[in-house]
Design a protein around this ligand. Structure first.
Ligand SMILES: *Cc1c(COP(=O)(O)O)cnc(C)c1O
Length: 355
């Protein structure tokens, strides 16, 4: 082994859901929104000038941050934007999780958290969800170097009530508490109102799911001005121009269209509730999801075999090769027509399995 090989940082990377390209596929594996973004996004793109390509974008992303601040009734100095919430979260880990004490997150959660811990050499402790896959707030009442979890949690879809988040904050006045609200627009309560009382809280959201803009890569954090300021200091020490011009203008246009957000999230929620009825009729069991996916298991079926059978039909869902959840599938809520095709396949699959 060469000496330099000893000094290579070795990480086990996060593995995102696959992005297959079949014209007939039903893609329910990465929690994308089946509907297009607001038409305001297309208009914003068309109004862009050629000069936008030649010049550097605004490093402060003022237009986008101001639009987010307006939509969420906070000050612009309380907003930090990044290249998807993955970028925002990575910056948060780097900026705030520098203690020798472990940061805390659940055993079943967003698989990127342990990857950033290993990349940035942050000690961590995983706290098991209870047998119903719920976060147990009391588990987080212990010394720590920070706390992070999604609400609703992924891939379970279960939302923690705001009162429990507040209890966690009350017991952790000395820690940064990050609530990753990637799915909050599909029916959970946002922790944003708690910002007035807790200056150690950071709320992270994304345009990838509810706003149908996964391809544009826009995420944001809202917190006290003090925390946002230090986050910007780290960002500008790394790369000033993370937000490209088209993300700034299309993001600003999208966040201003609250009516459209309400309309498509309501549509997805209604498809989700119908999907719950049909899948329980077929014998599937799942936690009560407040997100745009269901996390399902079936007492008579092997989840990995079903995952492969669906794949053969170009119906893509997500299976995780992880303890406790090997017999579960995470199914994104698509359009009603897509879900009907899924139901028909599952009905047929169950019929042939029973023979
Ligand atoms: C999808 C997701 C994200 C990141 O999404 P971006 O596309 O990077 O904004 C973050 N956290 C959770 C829990 C997610 O599911």
């Amino acid at each position: 082994m060469k000496r330099y090989e000893q000094y290579i940082r070795k990480v086990v990377p996060y593995v995102p859901g696959e992005q297959p390209h079949f014209s007939d596929m039903i893609k329910l594996n990465t929690n994308e929104n089946p509907y297009p973004p607001t038409p305001a996004v297309q208009e914003a793109l068309q109004s862009q000038q050629g000069e936008c390509m030649r010049l550097y974008p605004d490093p402060t992303a003022h237009q986008l941050n101001a639009a987010i601040a307006k939509a969420y009734h906070v000050e612009e100095e309380q907003v930090f934007t990044g290249v998807g919430s993955d970028d925002v979260l990575a910056m948060i880990f780097q900026t705030f999780f520098n203690s020798d004490m472990p940061i805390l997150f659940p055993d079943i959660t967003y698989a990127f958290y342990p990857v950033w811990c290993s990349l940035f050499r942050i000690p961590y402790e995983i706290l098991p969800l209870n047998e119903k896959f719920e976060i147990v707030p009391e588990e987080y009442f212990r010394p720590n170097g920070g706390i992070v979890f999604p609400n609703p949690n992924a891939p379970t879809g279960i939302a923690l009530p705001l009162s429990d988040i507040e209890r966690i904050l009350q017991h952790n006045a000395e820690s940064i508490v990050v609530i990753d609200e990637a799915y909050v627009d599909f029916g959970a309560q946002s922790a944003l109102p708690l910002l007035e009382k807790y200056e150690n809280l950071i709320v992270v959201q994304t345009f990838s799911k509810s706003r149908s803009m996964a391809g544009e890569r826009i995420g944001f954090a809202i917190a006290s001005k003090k925390l946002i300021k230090v986050l910007h200091d780290v960002k500008y020490s790394f790369n000033s121009y993370t937000m490209n011009h088209s993300a700034i203008v299309t993001g600003a246009a999208a966040v201003a269209d609250e009516a459209y957000l309400q309309k498509i999230t309501a549509k997805i929620v209604s498809t989700r509730e119908n999907t719950k009825k049909v899948l329980s009729g077929l014998g599937f069991v799942f936690p009560n999801s407040k997100s745009n996916f269901l996390f399902v298991t079936h007492p008579d079926l092997d989840a990995h075999a079903l995952f492969k059978a669906l794949r053969e039909e170009h119906i893509f869902v997500r299976w995780f090769d992880m303890p406790r959840i090997r017999n579960y599938l995470r199914i994104t809520i698509g359009t009603d027509a897509q879900m009907e095709k899924l139901f028909a396949f599952l009905q047929h699959y169950l019929d042939t399995q029973k023979k």
